[in-house]
Ligand binder design. Sequence first.
Ligand code: UDP
Length: 325
Amino acid sequence: MRVLVTGGAGYIGSVVAARLLAEGHEVIVVDDLSTGHADAVPRGATFHQMSIAGLDPVLGDWAVDAVLHFAAKSLVGESVTDPSLYWRNNVVGTVALLESMRAHGVPRIVFSSSAATYGQSEQQPIREDAPPRPGSPYGATKLAIDLALTDYAHAYGLAATSLRYFNVAGALMDPGGQSFGERHAVETHLVPNALRAAAGDGPALSLFGTDYPTPDGTCIRDYIHVVDLADAHLLALRAGAEGEHQVVNLGSGSGSSVREVLSTAGEVTGREVPVIEAARRSGDPAVLVASNEYAQSLLGWRPAQDLTAMVSDAWRFEQEVRGQA
Ligand code: UDP
């Protein structure tokens, strides 16, 4: 297939683009580089630095079979202080992308949705039928796009799949000489922050909240390896049917607490992660664990790699790649 990957210079988009190329697909990457890195675009992909809102004049010429749509603003805290940026970039930008796809007859989209669409859910593990109650403008914009995809699929025959990611970690360490991992200028995620703290390459890890109603008092999340996540995209590309919008959770079905992640980081690095116990981070639910039964039945997908593998690959990426950047 010829596939357009929006946001293919970012963390997850670049990993998926690399896996697509490895599977023999033709890949066109579009990224405005507002948060991505040009050198994260995998070799072998065609790269255009541009916004998703500007695709109309070129999309017809590219004749792509499908769009994998990762381009988005994705910082929960920033979305609270600057929701305009999120509604314009994520929602208005995606509607422009969908209009360009309609105009040029692109039949298929796989969208990066998020567990943030559920917010604080009483149902654990969370199935796709749990009521969406996003706790931030970021989650609200992901949900708004999911709703738009349902309407576009039904009315215009689009084949659409929303993949709702839980907590993604790890890296794709490529023996071919190019590796892909988390390189956010503003890093909010637990695994890279813990590893940087362990390496002495960042401040001590602020542990946000030790008084949650969980066995060790810290939040529980469902972590999946970015390469497992990428595999789900490749399966979703083939699974989508015209006129249907599928919403699929991607998680492992079991959770790890923040303290468990920190202890894994300690084991992997051989160093204790320096920790400062801090107040809860606003908007963080105590527990977020995915049911992946639908992913198994629809896509035949289940994650293959555990937390130790994720943290080990993220650590190798920190050491070998980020250290030299
Ligand atoms: N967390 C933390 N310190 C950090 C980053 C994250 O204690 O520097 C906690 C956060 O409160 C949450 C979990 O780690 O309970 C995962 O957070 P992350 O930002 O990685 O992902 P999220 O669950 O927000 O998507």
